[in-house]
Design a protein around this ligand. Structure first.
Ligand SMILES: Cc1ncc(COP(=O)(O)O)c(C=O)c1O
Length: 269
């Protein structure tokens, strides 16, 4: 089911700037037992993204209402919300009066095996680099060609995630997830002020670390540092937290700290 500006339909005006330029934002929200997980946080990030891109944000109450309407359709599902700068002319110049387009769509919940959570996943490094762009870093904007190219680098079904570096050889995140590692009893994740998406689950993991007085830092790191980590995991709104049990040829345990974060996250949903 798809709602475009509140109406059930499937077709978008070709002049929409979301289509023409990727001029917009999106959120991907898990629906579990009919409940929209982290809805408020997703709407806040959307609003923040709209402010950064100077798009008039649709009313958050209205978005929440439409989201609930879709969530009633299916107990387990994925809700995608897209907000674009709306219809415009051919050039980059934005129209004088902007009417944002909002698109909400319901998708099946991916059929991930339970052992990804318990035993971990295999990951690889990708060749495709993330561009450095402080004005877009952190925002979940619609321009995802880097992730599309990175994800096209492998088709081995044994590998569930690819890790991406920026142009300065720093490991930043996964193609669809944020990345954490544990080294010497501390949690580390990359800063996201030059590239990457400021994930909702990433933020929750950092909060949980602080709540439990678990040392956590944002710092850049290389592939070698990551390969020397004690434990690794990735997060996003649909998978929650997946431990990484293998990166390239190196094996990692699903260690006690990863298990702690998994349990804290599950309790905080
Ligand atoms: C590139 C990228 N980074 C990080 C994330 C994690 O974000 P969130 O925790 O908000 O789902 C996603 C989620 O889709 C993503 O596509």
């Amino acid at each position: 089911m798809v709602l475009i500006n509140g109406k059930r339909e499937h077709t978008l005006n070709v002049a929409d700037r979301g289509f023409q330029y990727g001029d917009g934002l999106f959120e991907t929200i898990a629906i579990d037992n009919g409940r929209l997980i982290f809805l408020d946080q997703h709407l806040q990030r959307l609003q923040h993204g709209c402010q950064c891109l100077l798009i008039p944000c649709p009313d958050l109450g209205l978005l929440a209402q439409e989201a609930s309407r879709l969530a009633q359709q299916q107990a387990q599902a994925v809700l995608k919300i897209i907000v674009t700068r709306g219809i415009g002319g051919r050039g980059y110049r934005q129209p004088d009066s902007i009417v944002a387009t909002r698109i909400l769509s319901l998708h099946p919940y991916p059929n991930y095996p339970e052992h990804f959570k318990q035993k971990g996943i295999a990951a690889r490094f990708c060749q495709t680099r993330l561009g450095l762009n402080p004005s877009l870093a952190g925002i979940k904007h619609l321009n995802r060609l880097e992730q599309v190219l990175a994800r096209a680098e492998w088709c081995d079904p044994e590998i569930q995630e690819g890790l991406m570096l920026d142009g300065l050889d720093r490991v930043i995140e996964g193609t669809m997830s944020n990345l954490f590692f544990i080294k010497d009893h501390a949690l580390i994740t990359a800063p996201l002020n030059a590239s990457g998406v400021a994930g909702i689950v990433r933020e929750r993991i950092v909060q949980l670390a602080r709540t439990h007085a678990f040392p956590v830092t944002e710092q850049y790191f290389t592939q070698d540092t990551l390969l020397a980590a004690d434990e690794l995991f990735v997060t996003n709104s649909i998978i929650g937290l997946w431990p990484i049990r293998q990166l390239q040829q190196k094996l990692f345990p699903v260690g006690k700290y990863t298990q702690k974060f998994m349990a804290w996250l599950a309790r905080s949903l």
